[in-house]
Structures are given as structure tokens and as C-alpha cells.
Design a binder for this molecule. Structure first.
Ligand SMILES: Cc1ncc(COP(=O)(O)O)c(C=O)c1O
Length: 445
């Protein structure tokens, strides 16, 4: 059995750590086993998983039904040529279509979020014969070259100019709104800005508007009611497709099966990954409405992957999708989400460094500021590790106290698995509450 430091040494020699200079990798957790909302490192230290790993482990760790489905499928048929049919691929697509809103009925399988985004955009370009894609600045759609170009997040910057034809617009981010602060948001300004940008670009050149239904890692931004509806209505009037990115927000995360359902909009294409299999096996998908699917009846679908509709991935997806309903996880996301929102508001009242809290279902964030009046963030946007200031101390304290979550710049995310109980949620919030004292020490207002 290798020790913790042996394992880290092996990693330093032979594995790249993503999104970091390799010398900046501090002291990674060496994970050994996991169950439900908890995991343990090789030395037996327990952590509460408050980010569902990378916001994907919605059903929780170590679910026996998903593990069994994977074993059974691997034993009977581990792989199949993508143009052959299998029962499991048919049933997984049928199940996904039954969960997706409206007539989102036909599925193209991929291996994750980035590939799904790339394929959705290819489909939109083929369907419309147009090239431009409108996306938002505070967005992340993936790390492959195309999907990173479609993101607004600074993770794209080292890869500029990326692929051509991407037009970015501002976000419906009330707390840091380019159109001035209004607690309830600036609905008309947000929508008119998108419409005006497209009018200047030439709507007849725009294939699709690609947006996260509720924005995740770029700040947990929840569009106000009316936003998606108005944008979808405009898009339809101009023959522009709507692509909803549900990679992070989908599968119960927001208290509905898909976040776009909060807005009663059926996108032309919907992109899913993460919670589809919760990482038990990598899998993603693009789901198309009937009118888009019909286009490819006579036109070649110029998309494909060796691992399209991977049988073991589809078996994992089928079992995972069943777990959501068997265990009422979407309902639990709503119920625990209400409890989490109350906790977050209490933290905001208690800690001067908490400028804003936002959540929908079990999708939450705490935004830390140096000054509540100026809203200067506790760590700047796109902060380097050396610029994280008090936020580094918060992150270190959370880890020390056994709470694993995503601390990015001035945001602390609260995104636990949907199977979380009252006791686990309360325990995690109590740890965050204590760690926020360190953010308060960095308050200068
Ligand atoms: C909203 C969103 N879209 C797409 C992606 C890319 O997914 P993947 O990392 O599986 O390629 C992510 C990943 O975090 C995401 O959050």
C-alpha cells in the first residue's frame, strides 16, 4: 500500500494537474473511497463533499444500483461499433427523452460536456446554414478548443483567437450588473442588450444562442423570470436556435429536473453531461427537438465518435436516471435547497464579508467582498493564487475542517449531492460559517 506522499510524488512525476502551473499544485487531497455525501482520504480523514466533486456527483458516491448496472453491462457487452444498435442505448435515450421537456426526443451521445457543446453547435450550424454563435461573458462551456472559444470565462484566454464566429454578450448578473444595480435585476436591459447585439451582428448570420440555463462556475447567476422566455421568443422570430447548456445545472441540481424548466422554455437543443451518469462512467448527450431531428432525416449528421452511445456509459445513465426518481432526489433538492437558502441568508446577515448569496435548489454560492458598499471582491476576478488573499485562508480552513468545496476567486460554492440530509447540510454550513470569520478579517470596508 502506497503512502500519501508516495502517491503525490507519482502524480508530480507522471500526471498533469489541470488548470494550474504544475509547481503551484499545493497539497492535493488523496482520495481513497467515498459513499453518499462523504469521502475519505488515504489516511482515513473524512470530508463532506459540498461541491459534488465537480458539481457532477448529484446522486452521491458509491450508489450500488449504478455500480451493479455497470458491472452487468461490462460483462455482457462492454463495447459496440457506434452504428450498431443496442438495447441499452435505445432504452437510455428513451428514458432521457422522457425526462427532457417538450419534444426534446432524439439523443446524440458523447463522452462529456465539451464534446456535447461542440456537437450541439455543429448541429445548429448545419440546421440553420449560419455560423455565428452568441454566448455570454460569464460562462463556461468546456475545455476543448471549440467549447472553450464558446465560453466567456478567462480559461479561454490562452487559446485565443480560438474558433471564429463567437459573439459574446453581458450576463443577467444583478449584483454586478453592467446596467446598474437593481436588487431584482434589470430584465429589460438584459434582454434588449442581447437583442441589440444580435441586430448589429445581423440575425440572419446567427445560428444559435448558447447559454447555461443557470450559470454555474462563472458565479452562479440565476436569470430573472422572463429572461429566457423573451430571448427564446426573439430567437424564434429570427430563425435562431436556442441551445441550453444543462451540463452543470441539469439533473435536479436546481430543484427541477432541468433548470430551463423554471422558465417554461423548450430549447431547440439541450446539452447534458455531469449528472447524467454522475461520473460513474463519462457520458454526455445532445438532445434535439423534433424539428431539428427531422432535418437530419435527409441531411447527413456530420457528427460521430468512436465511443458514441458507449454501452457501459448508457447502462450507467439508465441506472442513474432511475435513481433520481426512485429516491425523490429532485424533490430533496428543492426541500434541502430551501433550507440551504435560509442558511446562506443567515450567513450573509452574520458575516460582513458576505456581499451576496445566491441559490436555486442545491446550487448555491457565497460571494465575499472587501467592502459591502463598493462591492470590491475579496479576491479579484481571474485572481492568480497569489492574489487570493483571505479567500486562500477560507479555502484552507474548509479543507482542514473536512469540507471539500469549490472556492473560486471570491466565491464559495455550496453544491452538495442531492441526497444530502438535514444533519449533513447543517454540519457543512457550520464549517463554512466558521471559515467565513477569516474572510471577515480581510474586510476593509
Ligand atoms: C456549464 C458547463 N458546460 C460544459 C462543461 C464542460 O463539461 P466537461 O468538463 O464534461 O467537458 C462544463 C464543465 O464544468 C460546464 O460546467
Amino acid at each position: 500500500m502506497q503512502t500519501r506522499s508516495d502517491i503525490i510524488d507519482l502524480h508530480r512525476k507522471h500526471n498533469f494537474f489541470p488548470w494550474t502551473a504544475q509547481d503551484a499544485v499545493g497539497d492535493p487531497i488523496v482520495m481513497a473511497r467515498a459513499k453518499g455525501v462523504e469521502f475519505w482520504d488515504v489516511d482515513g480523514k473524512r470530508y463532506l463533499d459540498f461541491s459534488s466533486q465537480l458539481m457532477n456527483m448529484n446522486i452521491g458516491h458509491g450508489h450500488p444500483k449504478v455500480i451493479e448496472a455497470i458491472k452487468e453491462q461490462a460483462e455482457s457487452l462492454a463495447f459496440c461499433y457506434p452504428q450498431y444498435a443496442t438495447e441499452v442505448k435505445g432504452r437510455a435515450a428513451e428514458k432521457l427523452a422522457s425526462l427532457a421537456p417538450g419534444d426534446l426526443n432524439k439523443v446524440l451521445w458523447t463522452l462529456g460536456g465539451s464534446e456535447s457543446i461542440e456537437n450541439a453547435v455543429k448541429m445548429a450550424r448545419m440546421y440553420t446554414g449560419r455560423s455565428k454563435i452568441v454566448t455570454r461573458y460569464r460562462s463556461y462551456h468546456g475545455a476543448s478548443l471549440g467549447s472553450s472559444s464558446m465560453s466567456g470565462d478567462p480559461r479561454r484566454l490562452p487559446h485565443e483567437p480560438g474558433i471564429p464566429g463567437i459573439v459574446r454578450v453581458h450576463d443577467p448578473y444583478a449584483y454586478r450588473c453592467p446596467f446598474g444595480y437593481a436588487p431584482e435585476g434589470n430584465l429589460d436591459a438584459y434582454v434588449n442588450h442581447v437583442i441589440q447585439t444580435i441586430e448589429f451582428e445581423g440575425p440572419e448570420t446567427v445560428a444559435a444562442i448558447l447559454m447555461e440555463s443557470v450559470t454555474g462556475s462563472s458565479g452562479l447567476i440565476i436569470p430573472p423570470q422572463g429572461y429566457w422566455q423573451a430571448i427564446a421568443e426573439y430567437a424564434r422570430s429570427k430563425g435562431i436556435l436556442i441551445i441550453a447548456d444543462e451540463v452543470m445545472a441539469g439533473f435536479g441540481r436546481t430543484g427541477k429536473m432541468f433548470a430551463i424548466e423554471h422558465y417554461d422554455v423548450v430549447p431547440d437543443l439541450m446539452v447534458v453531461a455531469k449528472g447524467l451518469t454522475c461520473g460513474y462512467i463519462p457520458l454526455g448527450a445532445v438532445i434535439a427537438r423534433d424539428h431539428v431531428a427531422r432535418f437530419f432525416d435527409k441531411n447527413m449528421l456530420s457528427c460521430g465518435l468512436t465511443y458514441n452511445g458507449h454501452p457501459v456509459g448508457c447502462a450507467a445513465a439508465l441506472a442513474t436516471m432511475q435513481v433520481y426518481s426512485d429516491e425523490n432526489l429532485v424533490e430533496n433538492s428543492r426541500v434541502q435547497g430551501d433550507r440551504m437558502a435560509a442558511h446562506l441568508n443567515r450567513l450573509k446577515d452574520k458575516h460582513k464579508s458576505v456581499g451576496d448569496v445566491r441559490s436555486i435548489g442545491l446550487f448555491g454560492v457565497i460571494e465575499c467582498v472587501k467592502d459591502r458598499t463598493t462591492r470590491e471582491p475579496m479576491a479579484p476576478w481571474n485572481a492568480k493564487a497569489s492574489e487570493m488573499g483571505a479567500m486562500s485562508k477560507v479555502a484552507a480552513r474548509l479543507k482542514e475542517r473536512g469540507l471539500s468545496t469549490f472556492v473560486r476567486w471570491n466565491w464559495v460554492f455550496t453544491v452538495p449531492p442531492l441526497c444530502i440530509t438535514d444533519a449533513d447540510l447543517d454540519e457543512g454550513i457550520a464549517i463554512i460559517d466558521e471559515a467565513l470569520n477569516l474572510a471577515d478579517e480581510g474586510y476593509t470596508g
